[in-house]
Structure formats: structure tokens, C-alpha cells
Design a protein around this ligand. Sequence first.
Ligand code: HEM
Length: 89
Amino acid sequence: MFEEHDLFILVSASFVQQVYDVTKYLKDHPGGDEVLLSATGKDATDDFEDVGHSDSARDMLDQYYVGEIDISTIPTKTTYKPPNSNQDK
Ligand code: HEM
């Protein structure tokens, strides 16, 4: 489970991704907290785009902006092992 201070989502389509901390937005999100929770800790670009968020929703992203991360620098070795994954390094 994620702790409240860990509720980061990543949104972008390129290698450099924007990181947003949605912790404070959980209770106010018009789409509910469940969908936000399910999108945290991973690349949430598709989730965010699939909803067809309005321009004003996009503008709100700025409020939760934390910084950028180059996903090519993230270690691929994690404790979480997704099904069908044979990447051990
Ligand atoms: C910081 C990130 C996000 C912000 C600022 C945000 C903002 C909003 C806003 C303002 C709305 C109202 C409708 C609109 O203006 O488009 C909305 C609706 C919604 N959002 Fe988000 N959202 C965020 C992330 C997400 C993510 C990651 C998901 C999916 C996992 C999601 C799913 C939804 C859904 C399902 C609705 C309801 C649409 C409806 O009932 O018509 N949102 N969001």
C-alpha cells in the first residue's frame, strides 16, 4: 500500500516525464480518489489521457507539479515483479 506522502503520478509521453504529487487532490478530484490511487506510483499518462480531461484539468496539473524524471535512469530491478516479466536486471 502507498502511504499518503507517496501518491505520485507520472504524466507525459516522452522519456522525460513530469512528476505530480496528487496527495492533496485525492479528496477533491471530481473523478474520485479510487482512480487516482490506482494511477499512483506508475506512468499514469494513458489513464489521464483516456479520460479526456478538460483544458482546465490540464491547467490544474501545475499545482501538483514536483519535477521531472528521466525514466531511462530508473533502475529496472525492483521488488515488484509483474506477471510475464523475465527482466531480472
Ligand atoms: C493531477 C492529476 C489530475 C487532475 C488535476 C485531474 C483533474 C480532473 C478534473 C478537473 C476533472 C473534472 C472533469 C474535467 O474537467 O475534465 C476530472 C475528472 C476525472 N478524472 Fe481526473 N485528474 C487527474 C488525474 C486523473 C487520473 C490519473 C485519472 C485516472 C486514473 C483520472 C480520472 C478521472 C475521471 C474518471 C474523471 C471523471 C470524469 C467524469 O466523471 O466525467 N484523473 N479530473
